[in-house]
Design a protein around this ligand. Structure first.
Ligand code: DSN
Length: 415
């Protein structure tokens, strides 16, 4: 066996034999993985259905049209949006929106990176700052450790800076939130709105989180999403736009910035959409809405276990994500390594108004989408929270319990 296949087998076993709490990861169905390794990957299909540059597109056209229809069926109940399913990943998807919607020198407003935002929403380190200005809105601590979007600050920043594009979307924000009030305020201030629902799109699809797909001024102009987090599909992305913006957006993707779409990813997105719609089953046979509710229930049970074990919860979860603070004397990087040695995989994370650096921040971020795909139940989630807390707080003896819990979970892939 060569080095690459050897490493692949090792990674297969590592994933099977550990507990994955990375908030942005998941385990798609074996059919999604099969399509990612299928003959679709051999194609070049520059263009869009009905207008391609290379021959041999009869089935790619049918596939892409079908996946577009299913995407709109899952997300858009207003009949106001179109969709592009050719985006390669979340950050490039957001960049396409900037290129389509903005002119050099325009201003983008997004939540502070340190308070739950995402790197691709500009911020100090972003290469896109060469082209666009950046301003931020913030969260407010309403009661101790409960941080939520500060709608008043949002409106004040809109009127102070008059951004051309406002981004509503988060990477480390455990609360549910409403889109209409924020969209209306941004539109009133003359701004377009990009809702980045990469983390919560599965919950939105299941009807368990408010939706940015709304009619008129209440809805986002653009909605970007990755397809592999709570949506449980392949590593890829989609961008929806209001119909009058769609043509310009499509041209920005091709020929504006991109070559051939990844047809294997588009096929795999289609499979995930069929599973959401109930036209295909994930191997456990659980329907997508129940699965999504289980994600949220597990996050709340995990959080309870973490709190009972002595860790401080930051903004009690209403989604798939939990944020907890580690005690000041604990190094979160060391805690993350210790948990990995036990077989628990998660990431250290800044918490709201964190005085520490992003490399050694004060918190841990945990997500339950991946383990819920493996059949985790609330009792196991609560137990897992306790095991994590005891490891972070320096207590010994969790190793056997972690390995027993791992063997109780499902694993649907063949090596
Ligand atoms: N890295 C992903 C996350 O963890 O949110 C998004 O890029």
């Amino acid at each position: 066996m060569n080095k690459i296949f050897d490493l692949t087998q090792k990674e297969f076993a590592r994933q099977r034999d550990t507990l994955n709490l990375i908030g942005s990861e998941n385990y798609p169905s074996p059919k999604v993985l099969e399509l990612l390794g299928s003959v679709w990957q051999n194609r070049y299909s520059e263009g869009y259905p009905g207008k391609r540059y290379y021959a041999g597109q009869v089935y790619t056209d049918e596939l892409e049209t079908f996946v577009q229809q299913k995407a709109l069926e899952v997300f858009d109940k207003t009949d106001e949006y179109g969709v592009n399913v050719q985006l390669l990943s979340g950050s490039p998807a957001n960049a396409m929106v900037y290129m389509a919607a903005l002119q050099p020198g325009d201003t983008i407003m997004s939540i502070k990176l340190s308070n739950g935002g995402h790197l691709s929403h500009l911020h100090d380190t972003s290469a896109y700052k060469k082209f666009f200005n950046h301003v931020t809105y913030d969260v407010k601590e309403s009661t101790p450790n409960l941080f939520e979007i500060d709608a008043e600050d949002f409106k004040a920043q809109l009127s102070a800076h008059k951004p051309q594009l406002t981004i509503i979307g988060f990477s480390a924000y455990p609360r549910a939130y409403q889109f209409a009030e924020l969209c209306r305020a941004a539109h009133k201030a003359g701004s377009l709105v990009l809702a980045d629902i990469a983390h919560i799109n599965g919950l939105v699809a299941a009807g368990l989180h408010d939706t940015p797909f709304q009619a008129g001024s209440d809805g986002a102009d653009y909605v970007s999403m990755t397809t592999h987090k709570t949506m449980r599909g392949p590593r890829a992305a989609m961008v929806f736009a209001k119909k009058d913006l769609m043509d310009n957006f499509n041209k920005t993707v091709f020929p504006g910035t991109s070559g051939g779409p990844h047809m294997h990813a588009i096929a795999a997105i289609g499979q995930a959409l069929l599973e959401i719609l109930g036209e295909e089953e994930y191997p456990d046979g659980v329907d997508f809405r129940t699965y999504s509710q289980n994600i949220i229930d597990n996050a709340q049970a995990l959080e309870q276990g973490l709190a009972d074990g002595g860790l401080e919860v930051i903004s009690p979860t209403q989604t798939h994500l939990c944020l907890v603070k580690v005690p000041d004397e604990v190094d979160s990087l060391v805690a993350q390594h210790k948990l990995e040695e036990l077989g628990i995989i998660l990431n250290r994370n800044v918490i709201f108004n964190d005085p520490k650096s992003a490399w050694r921040p004060s918190g841990l971020r945990l997500g339950t989408a991946a383990l819920t795909s493996r059949g985790l139940n609330t009792e196991q989630a609560r137990q897992l929270g306790g095991l994590i807390a005891s490891s972070v707080l320096g207590q010994k003896g969790a190793a056997t319990a972690v390995s027993e819990l791992t063997t109780q979970l499902n694993w649907y892939y063949q090596s």
